[in-house]
Design a protein around this ligand. Structure first.
Ligand SMILES: NC(=O)c1ccc[n+]([C@@H]2O[C@H](COP(=O)([O-])OP(=O)(O)OC[C@H]3O[C@@H](n4cnc5c(N)ncnc54)[C@H](OP(=O)(O)O)[C@@H]3O)[C@@H](O)[C@H]2O)c1
Length: 254
């Protein structure tokens, strides 16, 4: 996709992967619109909105289309995780987590996709997670929501075959961001494991997704092996947990 002057909307733009993505897309010549609850960040225009609210998402999309006339790229990235064993974590916060991670993606895609299809042009990139395929015991609702986003992305990818509107999922492993700033991580001493990458690596993968429309992109790419391995040998999941726990211990979150 040639990018000069094209309009890209990035959710969760105030920090982390979203901020790195905005910076990269600006370098590539995009007009960038960021979305987050705080409204911070470095996009050409930063909008304050909560992606878990379909009214707020609708308002953002209407505003962008009326001002810029088009949306060429949508990066669904906003998200957070509630940490802890399922029987200890607060349900209200988990409901909000699901609304943000899953419904936020659905609301934005529902609003933007018809516009792209009308022009037969555009790219949607969903920032998913390796947790979509390897369910994390202490991020269980998070993993479940990401698995649903992966299903949503793959099915949409298939249904848009033959059009010039592309949908991709980017699947990071651990990334060095503020992800652990959610209050549920307090007192957990979380450590990132040795695979953790800087958010700029994920931004590059998002850019690759925009250019290629590839269905799944893993960051780092060696993670590619893990989901397919697990799909082929689900019976080994218990063994995987055992090995993870033996190597990294209970305190490691990814
Ligand atoms: N870090 C990792 O290890 C990792 C690994 C795999 C996947 N991911 C995924 O990558 C995405 C970005 O996470 P990150 O690591 O960059 O975390 P981060 O540094 O905490 O950034 C999260 C971003 O999402 C925004 N956000 C959160 N909830 C929102 C809501 N309801 N409405 C609007 N904006 C919201 C935050 O802004 P405000 O607080 O201002 O709203 C912030 O801009 C998430 O979907 C996460 O699940 C992260």
């Amino acid at each position: 996709m040639a990018s000069e002057g094209k309009v890209a909307v990035v959710t969760g733009s105030s920090k982390g992967i979203g901020l790195a993505t905005v910076r990269l897309l600006k370098e590539k010549g995009f007009v960038t619109i960021g979305v987050s609850r705080s409204g911070g960040g470095e996009a050409h225009e930063e909008l304050r909105a909560d992606v878990s609210s379909k009214e707020e998402v609708r308002r953002v999309v209407d505003y962008v289309v009326s001002k810029y006339g088009r949306i060429d790229v949508l990066v669904n990235n906003a998200g957070f995780g509630v940490y802890g064993y399922f029987w200890e974590t607060p349900l209200d916060e988990e409901e909000y987590e699901v609304r943000t991670l899953l419904l936020g993606v659905i609301y934005f895609t529902k609003s933007v996709l018809p516009l792209m299809l009308r022009r037969n042009y555009g790219a949607i990139v969903n920032v998913v997670s390796e947790a979509a395929y390897v369910s994390m015991p202490t991020l269980l609702v998070y993993s479940s929501a990401k698995a649903a986003v992966a299903h949503f992305t793959n099915g949409l990818w298939a249904s848009l075959k033959g059009t010039n509107v592309k949908v991709s999922g980017v699947y990071p492993g651990p990334v060095k961001t503020d992800f652990t700033s959610h209050p549920s991580f307090k007192n957990t001493e979380p450590k990132f494991n040795i695979l953790a990458v800087p958010p700029e690596r994920v931004a590059k993968a998002v850019w690759k997704a925009i250019r290629t429309g590839k269905r799944e992109i893993y960051v780092p790419s060696k993670l590619l092996i893990e989901p397919y391995f697990l799909k082929l040998a689900l019976s080994l999941q218990s063994l995987t947990y055992f090995v993870q726990r033996s190597i990294y211990g209970k305190k490691v979150i990814f």
